[in-house]
Design a protein around this ligand. Structure first.
Ligand SMILES: Nc1ncnc2c1ncn2[C@@H]1O[C@H](COP(=O)(O)OP(=O)(O)OP(=O)(O)O)[C@@H](O)[C@H]1O
Length: 275
């Protein structure tokens, strides 16, 4: 894969208004990204720039390829038999599909949170410490300090500080999702990929989660897949509308929701879209 050909400043594509990201550094860039499962195409030439230290929402109808795209950025698609990826994928200034990429390093820099909270069946503390121990950190005091910092960053510390030794499975779904975010944050990633992370949460947990997203932006680049238009409008700086394996429109969230350039985008965000 030839990422040397990628320009430093983002190219303007049909999906993106000229000049929008000129002054903004990008954490992720793709050009002509195609993905097939066997003979079935799922991504059909994705050109996307994900601005650094911003929240970018990825919206679009079911089956348009949002999760497939997200999984290219930490190479989770590698685990799927018959999945084939072509095109340019540049993540944190590295060609993510270069032969010399060390997957555990890439996945440490690019954390992922899934739809269903997936804490490990072990104590709260050990969940968050898991990646730190894998990284070879042995000092108990360092582990405890970093666990506390990650739980604070995930807005969960006050709720679990007295139950660090209790099983994570005893937490509510909303708490489990924030625990999983703490686990991802503990190893200090630079990008957080989130695949419908709030879809299983009740309104109060969703609110806490959305507040958390806004604070995370100071330190992380967040790419958020969501079916919830209000959520995208509330938390995302930028929004990409995806359809049929391509990014059809990308813009500042407020502009995309108030003045979309394409009829298809408008139909989707106003609920008129029919598959
Ligand atoms: N592991 C897989 N094996 C084969 N086909 C797959 C696999 N995962 C996804 N697909 C197909 O790829 C296409 C894109 O799926 P993907 O899950 O990326 O879409 P999505 O936009 O995330 O959908 P949703 O919003 O419903 O989660 C779909 O046609 C889907 O059936």
């Amino acid at each position: 894969m030839n990422v040397a050909a990628l320009p430093v400043a983002p190219m303007t594509t049909d999906a993106m208004p000229g000049g929008l990201l000129d002054a903004i550094e990008c954490a992720i860039q793709t050009r002509g990204l195609r993905l097939h499962y066997g003979d079935v195409p799922a991504l059909d030439g994705v050109d996307l720039d994900v601005p650094r230290h911003r929240v970018t929402a990825l919206i679009g109808p079911s089956g348009c390829g949002k999760s497939s795209l997200l999984r290219c950025f930490n190479r989770l698609n590698d685990e799927i038999a018959e999945c084939r990826v072509e095109g340019q994928v540049r993540v944190l200034d590295v060609d993510a599909y270069a032969p010399d990429v060390v997957l555990p390093d890439l996945r440490r820099r690019v954390g992922m949170v899934f739809q269903r909270p997936n804490p490990f069946p072990m104590p709260v503390l050990e969940n968050v410490a898991f990646g730190l121990r894998l990284a070879g950190i042995r000092s108990r005091s360092e582990i405890e300090a970093r666990v506390e910092a990650a739980l604070r960053a995930a807005a969960l510390w006050e709720e679990v500080r007295d139950r660090l030794e209790r099983s994570a499975l005893e937490l509510s779904a909303g708490q489990q999702q924030r625990l999983v975010i703490a686990r991802a944050i503990a190893v200090e990633p630079e990008v957080l990929l989130m695949d419908e992370p709030a879809s299983m949460l009740d309104p109060i947990s969703t609110l806490k989660f959305e507040e958390l997203l806004v604070t995370l932006r100071a330190h992380y680049t967040v790419l958020l897949v969501t079916h919830n238009m209000q959520q995208a409008a509330r938390v995302a700086d930028y929004t990409a509308y995806m359809h049929g394996g391509r990014i059809l429109e990308f813009d500042a969230t407020e502009r995309l929701f108030t003045n979309p350039r394409l009829r298809q985008t408008e139909d989707y965000i106003t609920g008129k879209f029919l598959a």
